[in-house]
Ligand binder design. Structure first.
Ligand code: BGC
Length: 356
């Protein structure tokens, strides 16, 4: 069903491309009359490796494929730097600006300023609350959280269990949705939350300290851990290792990173969530190109901006649950390469998992 929908979206978007005769050089102006340039600002390099290792190459590939002019930069975790990059991109001729906000307030300010200069804006991956983006391109983020909850429940089984929740950045609307999705599943099970905290900026180092405190407060009586992404899972696993409990306590993750998948192969992580960067970047490119061409973009729903009290036209993709049984599918889909995944000690684990 969802796959069909994505195909329909893809077909509709490519028809639009053909109709508008898109297919320009990456020169100053599109040779097809698509006068404009797309700017993308990624958030940082530390909250997840995904932004530079998966999103940037996928975005480059999608824009190159569409033969549209583009610029991609990374704000390195600095909201002021993101605003400065946005200003310089606009001065540089960007007419469509996509951002992964570092927090809603700074994202909304960037969008408002862009709008005043006639620049159309898109929220990429993270919704800017009370923002003014024309479109939102992401995954179904509540579903991401549900998958994390389902995966953890599967690893835990039916016995009663004490859980610690390590949530993502409180300033990231996605983190709120992930946690809510996970709770909606786990709160129905025979589980008790014995600790829960959000990690500012998804900072992996702070996560180590925060988790160690939660673990100590619970006297080590912890049977499972909800960690919002693979980076936070790595922080949790380091403390479990220190306490001789890695592999014994299931931990969730997200992003299907090399590290996360290796932890799954090693039995230290219960699951991760795969969100294909190729699909997400492809949808962003289609949406941005429609705006560059002065057209409406294809969407498959709307997302409620609770603070702005508006419905944002959205393209929302389906995330996939990855556990020890299907790590191979991420490699087969091109999410990570077998070479990166199967280095050193992971070579034999890859072989066991049928990955080569
Ligand atoms: C993204 C996740 C990512 C996290 C930290 C979220 O908004 O959806 O994929 O792990 O930010 O960068």
């Amino acid at each position: 069903m969802k796959r069909t929908r994505n195909l329909v979206l893809a077909a509709a978007a490519s028809t639009a491309l053909i109709l508008s005769g898109c297919g320009s050089d990456s020169g100053d102006e599109g040779s097809d009359g698509a006068e404009g340039k797309i700017g993308v600002i990624l958030p940082d390099t530390k909250s997840s490796v995904r932004w530079e290792s998966a999103d940037r190459p996928a975005l480059q590939a999608a824009f190159e494929e569409a033969d549209v002019e583009y610029e991609i930069q990374n704000a390195e975790g600095d909201a002021d730097a993101m605003a400065t990059i946005a200003d310089s991109m606009i001065a540089d001729g960007v007419t469509v600006l996509a951002i992964v906000n570092l927090d809603s307030d700074s994202g909304a300010a960037i969008q408002e300023k862009a709008g005043q200069q006639g620049v159309r804006t898109i929220d990429y991956d993270r919704l800017t609350l009370d923002g003014s983006a024309d479109y939102y391109v992401s995954f179904d983020n509540t579903r991401v959280g549900e998958l994390q909850g389902e995966g953890l429940a599967e690893c835990l089984g039916d016995d009663e269990a004490d859980l610690i929740y390590l949530n993502g950045a409180p300033t990231d609307n996605n983190a709120t949705l992930f946690s809510a999705g996970a709770h909606s599943v786990l709160d129905e099970g025979p589980y008790t939350a014995v600790g829960e905290q959000a990690v500012p900026d998804w900072d992996n180092e702070q996560a180590v300290t925060i988790f160690e405190q939660l673990y100590t407060q619970a006297d080590g009586e912890v049977d499972g851990v909800y960690a919002a992404n693979d980076g936070l899972a790595g922080s949790v696993i380091s403390i479990l290792e220190k306490n001789g409990r890695a592999g014994e306590v299931p931990v969730t993750g997200q992003d299907a990173t090399v590290e996360g998948l290796q932890n799954i192969l090693a039995g230290d992580q219960c699951m991760t969530v795969y969100k294909s960067a190729t699909l997400e970047a492809g949808e962003l490119a289609k949406t941005a190109i429609a705006l560059v061409n002065g057209e409406d973009a294809e969407t498959n729903g709307t997302t409620e901006d609770v603070d702005g009290d508006r419905e944002v036209p959205s393209v929302l993709l389906e995330p996939e649950l990855i556990n020890a049984d299907n790590v191979k599918s991420v490699v087969d889909d091109g999410g990570v390469s077998a070479d990166d995944l199967c280095q050193g000690e992971y070579a034999s684990l890859c072989e066991d998992a049928g990955i080569s």
